[in-house]
Design a protein around this ligand. Structure first.
Ligand SMILES: [Zn+2]
Length: 404
């Protein structure tokens, strides 16, 4: 049985994951991601080229279904564009948590990029809502009959809440597409698990697959040491992250540490939507690790004791604090506002995620420590603060090899 694959994104790069596989005569789109590094047409997979290659009149008749593995934008960011602007209205599948949490990610990103010049074919908030309404939610290991010949099934992938690996079978051909997955547990998620399956094709994410890292424990210690040192010196710690995933993992780590060390310094979340997202995390406890499921009867670990909501005016408050903001790569939004304010003081610390795309302030900071950043010809930021990157990379990346 011939299997054909059309790789529309993430073939030779990180970003805009989108693979269309034809198995047993059925065409399935796995993931529908965006590339965060581009603000033009390259932002989305080249759907028009695909349609031309298939010779189909429209996407709905060309595809049997779309399946999305998890809520990260490089896996779901193009979905509202694909349904509301390209006009696909066939079935879309993702797990319950992905369906619940994806709108936060999409809207957060949409708001940040709304006023970026050159941003083409951006979708609206209403588009996101209309798109998500069409999604059919999946449970783990539930076998779903898409049509009389095609079945799909989702397996636990770790990585972020609700992340899944997808099994698809049509006729006598079967395959698995993974998206990101984790083979080591983290603070709130278990490890990827899948049945023993007979497959004709396996497509697997491989970002960081060959990276050898320090142990998770050592990284956590290093991160906490840097944060503690900064706040004891009266400094402010800025942690730009995505609204979901890493933010919750780091919050659990800091909340625990604050409790143990009896620290009184406030930890803030800048975005109201993250507080709302934390509420979803509390509700979706069944998708976390066994340890959390066992202990949450005593105390829900997403009820953070030391984390409070941030008001915009707090940015000028004196004294130490820790602040989580979006977006992760300081490409705009409140991350950039706080960075402008705090970067000039050597007391402060900025932590960066492991990967920042070109064109963002995060990327400039990672490519050699600049003393000044020119945002445009009138806006310059003196950078005297400490900058730490890679410190928080240990969380939720699909790396399977760790240094002992
Ligand atoms: Zn991911």
């Amino acid at each position: 049985m011939a299997i054909e694959c059309l790789v529309l994104g993430a073939g030779q790069e990180v970003g805009k994951s989108c693979v269309v596989a034809t198995i047993g005569g059925k065409r399935v789109m796995f993931d529908c991601g965006m590339h965060m590094g581009y603000h033009d047409r390259r932002h989305y997979p080249d759907f028009a080229r695909a349609l031309a290659a298939w010779g189909a009149p429209d996407f709905t008749s060309a595809l049997s279904c779309v399946v999305v593995t998890h809520f990260h934008l490089d896996h779901i960011g193009a979905l509202p564009y694909f349904t509301e602007i390209c006009g696909y209205h066939g079935p879309i599948y993702m797990t319950y948590p992905t369906k619940a949490l994806a709108p936060f990610m999409l809207e957060d990103y949409r708001k940040v990029t709304m006023d970026q010049r050159g941003q083409e074919e951006q979708y609206s908030y209403e588009d996101i809502l209309r798109c998500m309404k069409k999604v059919i939610a999946l449970d783990l290991k539930q076998t779903v009959q898409v049509d009389k010949d095609l079945v799909i099934r989702a397996y636990y992938a770790g990585h972020v809440l609700g992340a899944a690996m997808i099994y698809a079978k049509a006729g006598d051909a079967a395959m698995v597409y993974t998206g990101d997955y984790n083979m080591t547990p983290d603070r709130h998620l278990g490890v990827a698990q899948i049945d023993r399956l007979k497959l004709d094709l396996l497509i697997t994410e491989s970002t960081y697959a060959k990276t050898i890292r320090d142990s998770k424990h050592a990284r956590e210690r290093e991160f906490l040491k840097a944060v503690h040192k900064c706040v004891s010196g009266g400094g402010k710690v800025l942690i730009p992250t995505f609204a979901l995933g890493r933010a919750q993992e780091l919050c659990m780590l800091l909340d625990d540490y604050w409790e143990r060390m009896n620290l009184m310094v406030p930890i803030y979340f800048s975005a109201g939507l993250t507080i709302q997202a934390n509420m979803y995390y509390k509700m979706l406890i069944g998708w976390t690790s066994q340890k959390i499921k066992d202990s949450h009867a005593v105390r829900n670990p997403f009820d953070f004791k030391h984390v409070c909501h941030f008001e915009r005016s707090f940015i000028n408050n004196p004294g130490p604090c820790v602040l989580f903001t979006t977006p992760g790569m300081i490409s705009g939004g409140f991350s950039l506002e706080a960075f402008k304010k705090w970067a000039p003081s050597e007391k402060n610390l900025i932590t960066l995620p492991g990967y920042c795309v070109a064109g963002t302030v995060g990327h400039k900071l990672m490519s050699g420590k600049p003393t000044r950043i020119d945002l445009d010809k009138d806006t310059h930021i003196d950078v005297r603060c400490q900058v730490a990157f890679q410190l928080i990379l240990y969380v939720t990346e699909n790396c399977t090899i760790f240094k002992k």
